[in-house]
Design a protein around this ligand. Sequence first.
Ligand code: ADP
Ligand code: MG
Length: 701
Amino acid sequence: MNSISLQTPIVYLKGVGPNRAETLQSELGIHTYQDLINLFPNRYIDKTQYYKINELQRNSADVQVVGKIVHLKSVEQKKGKRLVATFVDETGQMELVWFRGQKWIRENIKLNIPYVVFGRTNFFNGTFSMPHPDMELQSDHEKGIQIAMQPIYPSTEKLSNKGISNKVINKLMQQLFIETKGHFRETLSEPLLKELHLLPKSKAMFNIHFPKSTELLAKAQFRLKFEELFYVQLQLISKKLLRKQKIKGYNFDKVGTIFNEFYNNHLPFELTNAQKRVIKEIRTDLGSNAQMNRLLQGDVGSGKTIVALMTMLLAIDNGFQACLMAPTEILANQHFNGIKELLKGVGIEIALLTGSVKKSARKVIHEQLESGELHILVGTHALLEDKVQFKNLGLAIIDEQHRFGVAQRSKLWHKNEMPPHILVMTATPIPRTLAMSLYGDLDISVIDELPPGRKPIKTVHRYDANRLKVFAFIREEIKKGRQVYIVYPLIQESEALDYKDLMDGYASISRDFPLPDYQISIVHGQLKAEDKDYEMERFVAGKTQIMVATTVIEVGVNVPNASVMIIESAERFGLSQLHQLRGRVGRGADQSFCILMTGHKLSAEAKTRLETMVSTNDGFEIAEVDLKLRGPGDLMGTQQSGVLNLKIADIVIDNDILKAARYHVLQLLKEDPSLQKDENHVIRYTYAQLIKHKNIWNYIS
Ligand code: ADP
Ligand code: MG
């Protein structure tokens, strides 16, 4: 056992004291010894490599050089003096420079004796210089403990201001290893350590902080990343298993007359194989006596709606009601109209409930829901209201679920005695490994195939200067009978400005595309719902050829005859948003186009986004790039950021380790579901500790 508990407050560590303890707490969240050993370096500087002076590169980087000081002089400068040493090796010379502590250096430095100097170089006037180098006599350097890599810990401005430099953290870490004798309780089981050739915990901890060689560092990193991801997956997967055991669901054991009637006589097209597979997966869930919690991922236009509809029919066949919730009124409207059309003559009662439904009509809907007269309710978040009570809700579907928070998802759970089955759909594809972590407690289905006959959308990037050519192109497409979207950014912080951009754009488009030859619709957030709907409906019905809009049309809207999507100020959109917008076209049989308009000034990241859009139509590929650009937190939007609070692993880079961790957790739970075996005692104990000390990552519950 350790001589000192790792739960000891950090203030007791020699060298910390109340002031530093407070700073460590507020800046790095370090409260205990445990927190400090779990502060992992961001990066390491290779100390095995020595540079010759003629090998130095002009981009400043940390380097280590062996040489001698041959000359030392003071140089006057605007304020005070600096001390400059001429440092040479057999290939050339450079300068070492001090602005502070010059007296000490003068008295202690030895000329013409080999030193190892380490620091960041600058290049100026043809010479390299290194300000305030770390230096050591070569003879001492060879005697000391050789760490191969120098760890660099996370830092903040306040930490440096308070004198808690990297060196100080390093010292504290050493002190911690002295007080704990460097002995840390093992956290993984013997069989896992053996099978994966993992370093024991204590050795891994030592080498992550004081790497003896690059090889040992790599092994330490692997072991600790694996461990972290292993316990994340253990938490997610156990939760899911527990839910399946505990949360009984309504059993939909019949595939009845309505489903079959629709499938045989009303389905307007042949389902794709992917759609068929997904419907089968859902049916298995629905007949399993457990509550379904399934995420349906499918690129824009992959045909999720029909899957949703057929799932609802299964509910109705089994005597239940179903609801479908969409993030915007436009989308809810469209789902309502689309589904009503598809169900014509099937004898299903369906209603629409949104914020703009009148009170009297609402009352009727409420009553019909409670009496069971209504089978399907489509709507916005209005259907979450407490007043909305069902006679027997069996299935709730959420479209574009990333627009909703977790709290909203859970509200639907309480709309019946037992929670209804839940299907959440998203067209913002998430790389599979990330999905596993974020939605590890959901089952996942993927529609990875588009309906046949779709022509891939052609995407190009054009500068604002080429606007006239773009307008000419629009004219030609309209002449062929096509319709066009022109989308302007809408970012909350500068709503007024965006509105002006949109209105200016609208004015100029109206000049270039005048009445009566051209009809233009405009839709934006400041319109009243009924005006929005009116404009939208005119476009859907083909009465207008151009739809000028903000991103309100981003999700879901389906107008197959629209074949051109122009995105203004495209550099201001995120990748997933661009992809969503582009997905509004390419829904019919005609060749579709997406034109990304920008000014000439573009950041490197914006260029990458535009290039990605031009080079691929594959939402999963785009999601991968997005993830690399933005990191997992941002990718999921504010509602779900901070979800992945990993200490050492990186969900993008450590993809393979994540897969391995997941595999071993599944294996483990299959063989020993309640972790009763002796060999797994250590895992059970560690997991309990993690939960007790809230040291486990902050996940969606
Ligand atoms: P999304 O997955 O983006 O919600 P939708 O469900 O809106 O996609 O479907 C896009 C379009 O594709 C709709 O017009 C729909 O009728 C059509 N569609 C869906 N499935 C098929 C299929 N199997 N064959 C042909 N067209 C289909
Ligand atoms: Mg959709």
